[in-house]
Write a protein that binds this ligand. Structure first.
Ligand code: URA
Length: 224
């Protein structure tokens, strides 16, 4: 008689593999059980305790991400800043206010999209994230994307676009184009914090937002 592993043993194996993935910084396909909301909640409860890099020692809160679990569009930033670290929520500072306006400019509401960062913890004094921090952390974002399965990702700034597309190209080289990422589309653009320093880039940012809207409308013709 063929006998499989007991449910308890299966769960134990799954947890061992997950812990290994977390330590080594690779991503696992999400456990498909439950709604997207439940899957995200389970992922968050694991991420909360992450000690994958030294940023875990200086964080006030881990900033997992928030929004609609079934969102058609995910906005991806770099890393939490001071205000995000305090509140445990992404894009709640000055750059976040601009991001909300950007979302609304294409006829959407902040509550109907999903917002997350590549790094889940704030780099001290908002310094640039290190390559090894990205390597240790990006699997959380990839798993969030695998759960939400948006039609389109809007990558905010060089760091997010490079991390997701696994390229060294700069944002000025990448923006204005649409990339395929698994079953999703990715539109790279400027980070809202960069737009606050360089308002002259807002015109190009608006072009990118229109490209996002067009890409979403086209993607809606196909299956999800
Ligand atoms: N900048 C980011 O990249 N992410 C945030 O959450 C806030 C500012």
């Amino acid at each position: 008689m063929k006998r499989g592993l007991s449910p308890g043993l299966k769960e134990l194996c799954r947890r061992c593999v997950e812990q290994r993935a977390e330590l080594e910084g690779f991503s696992l396909p999400p456990l498909k059980q439950g709604s997207k909301e439940e899957q995200l909640a389970r992922l968050y409860s694991k991420a909360k305790g992450c000690k994958g890099c030294a940023l875990s020692l200086s964080r006030t809160n881990l900033v997992f991400g928030e929004g609609c679990p079934g969102a058609e569009v995910v906005f991806v930033g770099e890393a939490p800043g001071r205000e995000e670290d305090i509140q445990g929520r992404p894009f709640v500072g000055p750059a976040g206010k601009l991001l909300t306006k950007m979302i609304e400019s294409i006829g959407m509401k902040r509550g109907e999209v999903y917002i997350a960062n590549v790094l889940k913890c704030r780099p001290p004094e908002n310094r640039d994230p290190l390559a090894q921090e990205k390597e240790k952390c990006v699997h959380w974002l990839r798993t969030q994307l695998a759960i939400v399965k948006p039609r389109v990702i809007f990558a905010l700034g060089t760091f997010a676009a490079q991390a997701l597309l696994e390229t060294d190209s700069t944002i000025s080289e990448l923006r204005g184009r649409v990339f395929g990422l698994e079953q999703m589309k990715l539109v790279p653009s400027y980070h809202p914090a960069a737009l606050l320093y360089h308002p002259e880039w807002k015109r190009r940012s608006w072009e990118d937002l229109k490209l996002l809207r067009k890409t979403l409308d086209e993607a809606r013709q196909g299956p999800r």
